[in-house]
Design a protein around this ligand. Structure first.
Ligand code: ADP
Ligand code: MG
Length: 667
């Protein structure tokens, strides 16, 4: 660096404001002086230019000056707030060795390691201690002994006790989901953080980073290649509390949206604007509209946090537009992400400890739910995810955090995201003869985490089929005419961003409260009269969330009777479709959660007893015909017996020694 700039730098760092700041910093034991780029620019344009063009020299000089002023070794200058943000995918050769600013989401952070900054070597011949500054990529030994009487080329021993170390951490940042609309693959950038800025951010944080883009030659075995890999040497890292998506809103947008709050049809218009290319499914659209609007979580005085996100499961026949809906939502929802349970590899859905290329150690890598923190995670083929993911997702759905304790890394990451999941029924398609709840492919514990379970059945219905055919045909002939919605996706997204940021619905209306209370009590009463338990506290919480989301969707912060009513109707519809025990004619939440309705459970028990009796009479294997006859005499239908025997064979409770007989596997 030219000496003129060096002088200006001295002058800058000796300034009054900076001196004051430095005294504060040294008092607290920190080792970083953070300066806004703007201040540097104001002080001297040339100096600012010097930083941008030749940052390495600039920082070396600045750090030396700071160490001189404060007498604290390792004191560093960090610069933040560059006027321009370069997108990770737009980093090019011209940026090499420059000072740049990028933004993204931190997806990995490695373990903090000590890095040798100044290594001390003892000469084996004369005992002289040689100090070598470690600046490059590889560890450097002295070329020859400094002792004028020795001057030998070694050998040297490293004196670890005298070597100066500093903290070192490798990270990886990825383009934020906002920049990836349209299903692009995210690009990544590796970075290295040093000294007291390590562990400033955790995976999942949205960050703005300044740093020097340095490059390192790639190697293939021992040969050096002509290509280089990029690593950002981080100067400053800023964790943003609010998402960048909020910057999408202009003042004009806000004005327009505020105006919308007066529209009495706003709620309906929003629902109509959800996946306009998909025909029908009004209930599904209403549910996912409520989900993206969400509601604020409840923070209790004792520190308990009750989630505000609604989780929805779509379970449907193949070809019912589930994937289409999920992708569309991931695109429109702020911080929305789409993934499939089947192909979520690497960090998977939650988080994982993985080997790091740069350091060779373990790093924590954020998965889909962590990256979608504060947004919506669409997970297709939900039933196909791996065991590890399933276990982690259970924690995440209720607590909205993931704890990782693997390979020496212990961390808790936030996953405050709504989950929109899709599955096929257990046997691929819904079977009309079996209650739908018995065909959900998830285990009951997982199922109970969902606020709403929506069934999408593909049954031939003449009038519906005709209108659907016309809809699809029109889509191909005159797309503009069919795919018509009150709000286009971009504007809908803006409404959602606005509502999530500004509207906090409160449940203060006595009548609305009463309504939810009564609904809960009445439905529970059905249970008291001997019917299976129809509704649990989870549904009550879901109900409150949905009522609040209804208010937020109207851009109002008061939950009204109408909001409560809408929420109740939605829950009723879902429970009826999925959980109705048609024979007992009550909604059976037990059925939804365990897959066996209560009245059926009794019949199943009876059939098992009959089998046991007949086993005794027929030497260990009950003839199926006889079981049916006996069951029929007790009012249990033949189709039930057949279905039950099939089901129990699948579960392993029963087996067939011969095609005509059946036995209990466990006696
Ligand atoms: P799934 O994931 O449920 O198996 P897909 O989302 O892949 O189904 O949908 C299959 C195709 O059928 C898509 O092209 C989708 O647009 C179309 N489709 C299915 N149902 C509808 C509908 N109700 N309206 C419009 N298109 C539909
Ligand atoms: Mg699909």
């Amino acid at each position: 660096m030219e000496s003129e700039l060096k002088e200006r730098l001295e002058e800058f760092l000796h300034g009054k404001e900076i001196s004051k700041e430095l005294r504060k910093i040294t008092a607290t034991g920190r080792k970083s002086l953070v300066v806004e780029f703007e201040n540097l620019l104001e002080f001297d344009k040339e100096l600012a230019k010097g930083l941008l063009d030749a940052p390495s020299g600039f920082f070396d000089a600045a750090d030396a000056v700071l160490e001189g002023i404060t007498k604290i070794p390792g004191m560093r200058l960090r610069v933040k707030g560059l006027p321009e943000i370069i997108e990770i995918r737009h980093i090019r050769a011209e940026h090499v060795s420059e000072f740049i600013q990028v933004e993204g989401i931190m997806t990995r952070s490695g373990e903090v390691k000590p890095e040798a900054k100044e290594a001390v070597f003892k000469c084996r011949r004369c005992g002289e201690e040689n100090r070598v500054l470690q600046v490059g990529e590889f560890f450097r030994e002295p070329l020859s002994c400094e002792n004028p009487n020795c001057r030998k080329k070694g050998p040297f021993d490293l004196v670890v006790e005298s070597t100066v170390f500093r903290d070192w951490q490798s990270i990886c940042i990825q383009e934020p989901p906002e920049k990836l609309r349209g299903g692009r693959m995210p690009r990544r950038l590796d970075g290295i953080i040093r000294d007291d800025f390590v562990d400033k951010a955790v995976p999942g944080n949205h960050v703005t980073i300044t740093g020097v883009l340095r490059v390192f030659q790639e190697r293939q075995r021992r040969e050096r290649r002509t290509t280089f890999r990029k690593i950002l040497f981080v100067s400053h890292i800023d964790v943003r509390q609010k998402g960048i998506e909020e910057s999408e809103l202009t003042e004009e947008d806000e004005k327009k949206i505020k105006e919308l709050a007066k529209d009495p049809w706003l709620r309906n218009k929003i629902i109509q604007s959800i996946t306009p290319a998909i025909h029908g499914y009004e209930v599904v659209k209403e549910a996912i509209a409520l989900q993206v609007f969400g509601c604020n979580p409840l923070e209790l005085p004792d520190g308990t946090r009750i989630r505000g996100d609604t989780h929805i499961l779509l379970c449907g026949d193949p070809g019912t537009a589930k994937s289409q809906i999920l992708k569309w939502m991931a695109n429109v929802a702020p911080r929305g992400l789409y993934t499939s349970g089947m192909k979520a590899t690497g960090a998977g859905l939650t988080a994982a400890a993985v080997r790091d290329e740069i350091s060779g150690g373990w790093t924590l890598e954020a998965g889909v739910l962590v990256i979608a923190d504060g947004g919506l995670a669409s997970i297709d083929e939900f039933e196909k995810m791996g065991q590890d993911d399933a276990a982690a997702i259970l924690e995440s759905m209720e607590q909205q955090t993931i704890s990782v304790a693997k390979a020496g890394i212990i961390a808790t990451l936030n996953t405050r995201t709504g989950i929109l999941a899709a599955t096929n029924p257990k046997f691929g398609r819904f079977d009309k003869n079996i209650p739908p709840a018995q065909q959900l492919a998830l285990d009951p514990v997982m199922l109970s985490r969902f606020d709403l379970v929506l069934l999408m059945r593909d049954e031939p219905r003449a009038d519906y089929d005709r209108s659907m055919a016309q809809h699809i045909l029109q889509m191909h002939t005159a797309p503009k005419k069919v795919v018509k919605a009150p709000f286009d996706p971009d504007f809908l997204r803006k409404i959602i961003i606005y509502a999530r940021k500004n509207i906090e619905p409160k449940m203060e209306d006595r009548e609305a409260q009463k309504m939810i209370e009564n609904f809960f009590v009445d439905w529970r009463k059905v249970a008291a009269e001997g019917a299976p338990l129809p509704i649990t506290v989870r549904q009550l919480e879901a109900l409150i969330r949905l009522a609040k989301s209804n208010a937020r969707m109207r851009l109002s912060d008061r939950v009204t009777v109408e909001d409560a009513n809408r929420a109740i109707n939605l829950i009723k519809t879902c429970l009826k479709e999925a959980g109705m025990d048609t024979e007992a004619n009550v909604v059976d939440i037990d059925l939804l959660m365990t897959g066996i309705p209560k009245s059926q459970r009794e019949r199943r028990q009876r059939v098992l007893e009959i089998i046991k009796e007949l086993e005794g009479q027929y030497g260990g294997a009950a003839p199926i015909e006889k079981v049916k006859i006996q069951a029929g005499a007790e009012g249990i239908r033949e189709s039930f017996v057949e279905w039950m025997i099939d089901e129990e064979k699948k579960r392993g409770y029963l087996y067939s020694p011969t095609p005509e007989t059946v036995s209990r596997a466990v006696r």
